[in-house]
Write a protein that binds this ligand. Structure first.
Ligand SMILES: [Zn+2]
Ligand SMILES: [Zn+2]
Length: 109
């Protein structure tokens, strides 16, 4: 019973957003919420020891199924905007990123 959502519900929503948004810089062009706080080794924002984008996902009242992973539709892993996250199966997630990197390599030669 120690899921992220449970941890999150212990905090007051307004106080949470005030603190969380203090670490966020909104990109007016892309709509991304770029994280300005600490980062994990893999380059993801960290809020109070947890992945910031996952915290945001639960903060807007979403649930997460085990076995599904959260993908940044904006391909910006610094982004913590819950609207830029989609829940997809892990196998599909790997495929999306493989295709993305192929496309990036093609465009940069
Ligand atoms: Zn984004
Ligand atoms: Zn992804």
């Amino acid at each position: 019973m120690s899921r992220c959502g449970g941890w999150f519900r212990q905090m007051h929503l307004a106080a949470f957003w005030a603190e969380f948004k203090g670490f966020v810089e909104v990109d007016q062009v892309t709509g991304c919420w770029n994280w300005r706080g600490r980062y994990s080794e893999r380059g993801y924002g960290v809020f109070r020891g947890r992945l910031a984008f996952k915290v945001a996902w639960f903060a807007v009242g979403r649930e997460k199924d085990f076995g599904l992973s959260l993908h940044h539709s904006c391909f910006n892993k610094r982004c913590v905007n819950p609207d830029h996250l989609v829940e997809i199966p892990g196998s599909e997630h790997m495929k999306i990123h493989a295709e993305h990197w192929r496309a990036v390599r093609r465009s940069t030669g």
